[in-house]
Design a protein around this ligand. Structure first.
Ligand code: 13P
Length: 244
């Protein structure tokens, strides 16, 4: 059985100074306490905000996650953050293989796989991001691309509680474009047999309070990975409130 509760995760990306992070976390904590949503809630702030956001959200029911980690537990890796460091700050999840890291940092499937093992060793669950580019969808290769990312990025010892998959078509990220509901369902259904049974599959890419209910109602969709709309507490909670 799949975990029944859907997961709504906010990827804040590289946004927020200390005071912004505090304010957003306070608002989220208050809204989550006042009106607990019918789903699991997670925020993934930039590394600089993890500590303060974690302190504010402690006991609120909103979990903490990071946006990336290094494959090594410690050592001479200037500028990097390790999985044990994230776990030490109270993180339960880490996003891995986001398309922005694959594109701008040249992260290969193999690099993502090594990070996944490191995350698991530190006790974190990995949210693995995959998704095709516009030209790959246009040429009918969307599933082949996603399949090879999944097969290349998932480490051997994968198990459903430690892995969440996020299907994020690159062309839908930050563009306001969203695939048809049929296309989302079709991709999620095609991906499912490639994953440990019970793995949750999130949709990500331009999810907002207006389209969330339709997306989250799809039986193949186990939650959402939200970028821009996760920076406004009300919008993020409206998306969470749209869960089944
Ligand atoms: P947007 O919701 O801003 O399109 O971003 C999606 C995303 O990349 C989440 O990881």
């Amino acid at each position: 059985m799949r975990e029944k509760r859907q997961l709504v995760a906010g990827n804040w990306k590289m946004n927020g100074l200390l005071e912004d992070g505090r304010a957003l976390a306070r608002d989220l904590g208050r809204l989550a306490r006042e009106n607990p949503p019918p789903c699991e809630l997670l925020v993934c702030p930039p590394a600089t905000l993890l500590f303060v956001v974690g302190e504010i959200l402690a006991g609120s029911g909103v979990a903490l996650g990071a946006q990336d980690c290094h494959a090594a537990p410690k050592g001479a890796h200037t500028g990097d953050v390790s999985a044990p460091m994230l776990a030490d700050l109270g993180c339960r999840y880490v996003i891995l293989g986001h398309s922005e890291r694959r594109s701008y940092h040249g992260e290969s499937n193999e690099a993502v796989r090594e990070k996944m093992v490191a995350a698991w060793e530190a006790g974190l669950a990995a949210i693995l991001c995959v998704g095709e580019r516009e030209e790959e969808r246009a040429s009918g290769r969307a599933f082949a691309v996603v399949k090879s990312q999944i097969q290349g990025s998932i480490a051997q010892s994968a198990a459903a509680p430690r892995l969440v998959l996020a299907y994020e078509p690159v062309w839908a990220i930050g563009t306001g474009l969203v695939p048809s509901m049929a296309d989302i369902s079709e991709m999620h259904a095609a991906i499912r047999p490639l994953l440990p049974s019970a793995t949750r599959i999130l949709y990500g890419g331009s999810v907002n309070p207006k389209n969330a209910a339709e997306i989250l109602a799809l039986s193949e969709v186990d939650g959402a990975l939200v970028g821009g709309a996760s920076l406004k507490a009300k919008d993020f909670m409206a998306i969470a409130g749209a869960c089944r």
